[in-house]
Design a protein around this ligand. Structure first.
Ligand SMILES: Nc1nc2[nH]cnc2c(=O)[nH]1
Length: 147
Protein backbone atom coordinates (compact mmCIF):
# COMPACT_ATOMS: atom_id res chain seq x y z
CA UNK A 1 0.00 0.00 0.00
CA UNK A 2 1.29 3.43 -0.91
CA UNK A 3 0.56 5.16 2.36
CA UNK A 4 1.93 8.53 1.27
CA UNK A 5 -0.09 8.52 -1.97
CA UNK A 6 -3.33 8.04 -0.06
CA UNK A 7 -2.40 10.47 2.70
CA UNK A 8 -1.62 13.12 0.09
CA UNK A 9 -5.18 12.75 -1.16
CA UNK A 10 -6.52 12.98 2.41
CA UNK A 11 -4.50 16.21 2.83
CA UNK A 12 -5.98 17.58 -0.42
CA UNK A 13 -9.43 16.78 0.91
CA UNK A 14 -8.59 18.45 4.24
CA UNK A 15 -7.53 21.63 2.45
CA UNK A 16 -11.06 21.96 1.05
CA UNK A 17 -11.95 23.16 4.55
CA UNK A 18 -9.03 25.38 5.59
CA UNK A 19 -10.50 25.95 9.09
CA UNK A 20 -11.10 22.28 9.94
CA UNK A 21 -8.67 20.45 7.69
CA UNK A 22 -9.75 16.97 8.70
CA UNK A 23 -9.75 15.03 5.43
CA UNK A 24 -10.18 11.30 4.93
CA UNK A 25 -10.18 8.72 2.16
CA UNK A 26 -11.40 5.13 2.12
CA UNK A 27 -9.31 2.73 0.09
CA UNK A 28 -9.60 -0.83 -1.14
CA UNK A 29 -6.63 -2.56 0.46
CA UNK A 30 -4.01 -3.84 -1.94
CA UNK A 31 -5.16 -1.59 -4.80
CA UNK A 32 -4.73 2.05 -5.83
CA UNK A 33 -8.50 2.45 -5.57
CA UNK A 34 -9.93 5.36 -3.59
CA UNK A 35 -13.56 4.41 -3.00
CA UNK A 36 -14.71 7.37 -0.95
CA UNK A 37 -13.56 10.72 0.40
CA UNK A 38 -14.61 13.19 3.04
CA UNK A 39 -13.78 16.52 4.62
CA UNK A 40 -15.00 17.91 7.93
CA UNK A 41 -18.36 19.64 7.48
CA UNK A 42 -19.21 20.05 11.16
CA UNK A 43 -20.37 23.63 10.60
CA UNK A 44 -23.38 22.15 8.75
CA UNK A 45 -23.78 19.08 10.99
CA UNK A 46 -21.72 18.56 14.17
CA UNK A 47 -21.38 14.83 13.52
CA UNK A 48 -19.88 15.38 10.07
CA UNK A 49 -16.24 14.83 10.92
CA UNK A 50 -14.03 14.00 7.94
CA UNK A 51 -13.93 10.25 8.65
CA UNK A 52 -17.73 10.04 9.10
CA UNK A 53 -18.31 11.91 5.83
CA UNK A 54 -15.96 9.47 4.04
CA UNK A 55 -17.69 6.41 5.58
CA UNK A 56 -21.10 7.80 4.60
CA UNK A 57 -19.83 8.47 1.06
CA UNK A 58 -18.59 4.88 0.89
CA UNK A 59 -21.87 3.42 2.16
CA UNK A 60 -23.89 5.52 -0.31
CA UNK A 61 -21.80 4.76 -3.37
CA UNK A 62 -20.71 1.17 -2.58
CA UNK A 63 -23.68 -0.36 -0.75
CA UNK A 64 -22.44 -3.94 -1.17
CA UNK A 65 -18.82 -3.33 -0.20
CA UNK A 66 -16.94 -5.76 2.07
CA UNK A 67 -15.79 -3.27 4.69
CA UNK A 68 -13.20 -5.66 6.10
CA UNK A 69 -11.13 -5.20 2.93
CA UNK A 70 -10.91 -1.45 3.33
CA UNK A 71 -8.44 0.97 4.90
CA UNK A 72 -9.06 4.55 5.98
CA UNK A 73 -6.51 7.36 5.75
CA UNK A 74 -7.13 10.49 7.78
CA UNK A 75 -5.13 13.66 8.34
CA UNK A 76 -5.68 13.38 12.10
CA UNK A 77 -6.12 10.56 14.58
CA UNK A 78 -9.81 9.59 14.71
CA UNK A 79 -11.71 11.04 17.65
CA UNK A 80 -13.76 8.56 19.76
CA UNK A 81 -16.90 9.22 17.65
CA UNK A 82 -15.04 8.57 14.38
CA UNK A 83 -13.14 5.58 15.76
CA UNK A 84 -16.42 4.07 16.93
CA UNK A 85 -17.91 4.55 13.44
CA UNK A 86 -14.81 2.89 11.96
CA UNK A 87 -15.29 -0.09 14.30
CA UNK A 88 -19.02 -0.36 13.58
CA UNK A 89 -18.24 -0.27 9.84
CA UNK A 90 -15.65 -3.04 10.30
CA UNK A 91 -12.76 -1.18 8.67
CA UNK A 92 -9.68 -2.99 9.91
CA UNK A 93 -6.83 -0.59 9.09
CA UNK A 94 -6.48 3.09 9.87
CA UNK A 95 -3.57 5.38 8.97
CA UNK A 96 -3.37 8.89 10.35
CA UNK A 97 -1.04 11.90 10.31
CA UNK A 98 -1.43 14.19 13.31
CA UNK A 99 -2.04 12.64 16.74
CA UNK A 100 -4.65 13.70 19.30
CA UNK A 101 -1.93 14.91 21.77
CA UNK A 102 -0.46 17.10 19.02
CA UNK A 103 -3.90 18.57 18.20
CA UNK A 104 -4.32 19.34 21.90
CA UNK A 105 -0.86 20.92 22.05
CA UNK A 106 -1.86 23.13 19.10
CA UNK A 107 -4.94 24.26 21.05
CA UNK A 108 -7.67 22.12 19.48
CA UNK A 109 -10.57 20.87 21.58
CA UNK A 110 -10.32 17.09 21.49
CA UNK A 111 -11.82 14.31 23.59
CA UNK A 112 -8.84 12.92 25.45
CA UNK A 113 -9.20 9.26 24.50
CA UNK A 114 -6.78 7.74 22.01
CA UNK A 115 -8.14 5.78 19.04
CA UNK A 116 -6.15 2.71 20.20
CA UNK A 117 -8.03 2.81 23.50
CA UNK A 118 -11.42 2.95 21.73
CA UNK A 119 -10.27 0.01 19.58
CA UNK A 120 -9.20 -2.02 22.61
CA UNK A 121 -12.65 -1.65 24.16
CA UNK A 122 -14.50 -3.03 21.13
CA UNK A 123 -14.43 -6.75 21.77
CA UNK A 124 -16.28 -7.45 18.51
CA UNK A 125 -13.85 -5.80 16.10
CA UNK A 126 -10.13 -5.54 15.61
CA UNK A 127 -8.46 -2.45 14.25
CA UNK A 128 -4.86 -1.72 13.42
CA UNK A 129 -3.90 1.95 13.80
CA UNK A 130 -0.74 3.50 12.37
CA UNK A 131 0.09 7.14 13.06
CA UNK A 132 2.70 9.52 11.74
CA UNK A 133 2.01 9.15 7.99
CA UNK A 134 3.22 12.43 6.36
CA UNK A 135 3.03 13.76 9.91
CA UNK A 136 4.82 17.08 9.31
CA UNK A 137 2.50 17.93 6.39
CA UNK A 138 -0.56 16.98 8.42
CA UNK A 139 0.66 18.93 11.48
CA UNK A 140 0.96 22.01 9.24
CA UNK A 141 -2.80 21.81 8.61
CA UNK A 142 -3.58 22.10 12.31
CA UNK A 143 -0.94 24.43 13.74
CA UNK A 144 -3.59 27.09 14.36
CA UNK A 145 -6.90 26.15 15.94
CA UNK A 146 -10.03 27.88 14.55
CA UNK A 147 -11.23 31.11 16.09
N1 LIG B 1 -10.15 13.02 13.51
C1 LIG B 1 -10.95 14.10 13.59
N2 LIG B 1 -10.94 14.81 14.72
C2 LIG B 1 -11.76 15.89 14.77
N3 LIG B 1 -11.96 16.78 15.76
C3 LIG B 1 -12.86 17.69 15.32
N4 LIG B 1 -13.25 17.39 14.07
C4 LIG B 1 -12.58 16.28 13.70
C5 LIG B 1 -12.57 15.50 12.49
O1 LIG B 1 -13.25 15.76 11.50
N5 LIG B 1 -11.73 14.42 12.52
Amino acid sequence: MDHEFFMRRAIEMGKKNPKFAFGAVVVERGTQHILAEGVNNASANPTHHGEIVAINDCATNHPKIDWSGLALYTTAEPCPMCQSAILWAGIGNVYYGTSIPTLQRFGWNQIDIRAEEVGRRAGFAKVSLTGGILEADCDDLFRRPPG
